[in-house]
Design a protein. Structure first.
Length: 327
């Protein structure tokens, strides 16, 4: 177990339970949850969790906090496996390997982050969350609305049809794979921590990933162009292992959950919205103004609707797409 468990005063472990003097208080060691994400420490996701940790410490008088491992423990699948095994207590990332979450990444599955939040708070979100417990023995704390998924390309395009035949790195996420295939690209799954080298070596012609981690990981050094139009919505899952959750007193469970909920809007979603223009400016600053490609998006939602309806109704049940649209 990787959680720092609350233990008795030093030396008391050698005494029998009956040897404790009446009323003797038990010393409590701080609980430090091991948090892991595959991205750089400066990404919005990891900065959010730094703030979450600080808020938890303040609310619990230093009794509860996170130890941050950012980009140092491997790719997302490895981190999820570590969560299931108990060597990581909290996982944050896009990938889950579950159809219920993967479908959400298809381009124009949601109109915006506000709709995504409403959907994830309803029946569809509950169905998706239940799968995490079955597969990884984890409990969903919440979804962090990171911002947009964007195409980053080594050669320019004038329309999305131009990505036909190009090898585009994607996470092993069904919505991303389906979206790229819809436009004729060749989706090429590569772990996030291997993207830079894959671009540098020409293994892929581009990458589809969340914009902010792409910038903080300096993909602009090995990939000149970025398409400013969204190609999906980045929804990070924040998952705590069931063992770690069960090891917390109920009061600290409530504090952890409520603090995540309080901070997600201003420190995740709003930061992500504000950061997009800064990230595009950073890309342009590295590669010139022509490196940011503006493509028209009129009609794309309608064009992709049949794909998204098929995914929604197939995964969540008949009528799911209509439920999402109503949200």
């Amino acid at each position: 177990m990787t959680i720092t468990r609350r233990t008795a005063l030093a030396g008391l472990g050698a005494l029998g339970a009956g040897a404790l003097a009446p009323g003797l208080a038990r010393a409590q060691a701080p609980t430090i949850l091991r948090y892991a994400n595959a991205g750089a420490p400066t990404s919005i996701s990891n900065q959010f969790n730094e703030k979450l940790s600080a808020a938890l410490k303040a609310k619990t008088d230093d009794a509860l906090s996170l130890e941050i491992f950012a980009g140092s423990l491997g790719g997302e699948q490895k981190l999820l496996n570590s969560l299931a095994l108990g060597s990581v207590d909290i996982y944050n990332g896009a990938y889950t390997g579950t159809r219920e979450f993967d479908a959400l990444y298809s381009p124009y599955f949601f109109k915006d982050g506000q709709q995504a939040k409403r959907v994830m708070e309803g029946e569809i979100g509950q169905k998706a969350s239940a799968v995490l417990e079955d597969r990884y023995n984890g409990r969903l704390l919440g979804v962090g609305r990171l911002g947009s998924f964007n195409l980053m390309l080594k050669e320019p395009i004038s329309s999305l049809s131009d990505i036909k035949g190009r090898k585009i790195r994607s996470a092993q996420i069904e919505g991303c794979l389906e979206g790229l295939s819809f436009f004729g690209a060749v989706p090429t799954p590569i772990p996030f921590n291997e993207i830079y080298l894959a671009l540098q070596q020409g293994i892929v012609d581009g990458v589809l990933t969340a914009l902010n981690p792409g910038v903080t990981s300096k993909f602009y050094e090995v990939c000149k162009y970025v398409v400013s139009a969204d190609f999906g919505l980045a929804l990070d899952k924040e998952v705590i292992s069931s063992a770690a959750w069960g090891g917390l007193p109920e009061e600290e469970q409530n504090i952890l959950q409520s603090t995540f909920d309080e901070l997600e809007g201003p420190e995740y979603y709003e930061v992500g919205l504000a950061q997009k223009s800064k990230d595009l400016d950073a890309w342009a600053g590295a590669n010139g103004p022509d490196s940011v490609i503006d493509l028209p998006t009129d009609g794309l939602a309608e064009e992709l609707a049949p794909l998204n309806k098929r995914l929604a109704d197939e995964i969540y049940g008949p009528g799911a797409w209509d439920m999402i649209q109503a949200a």
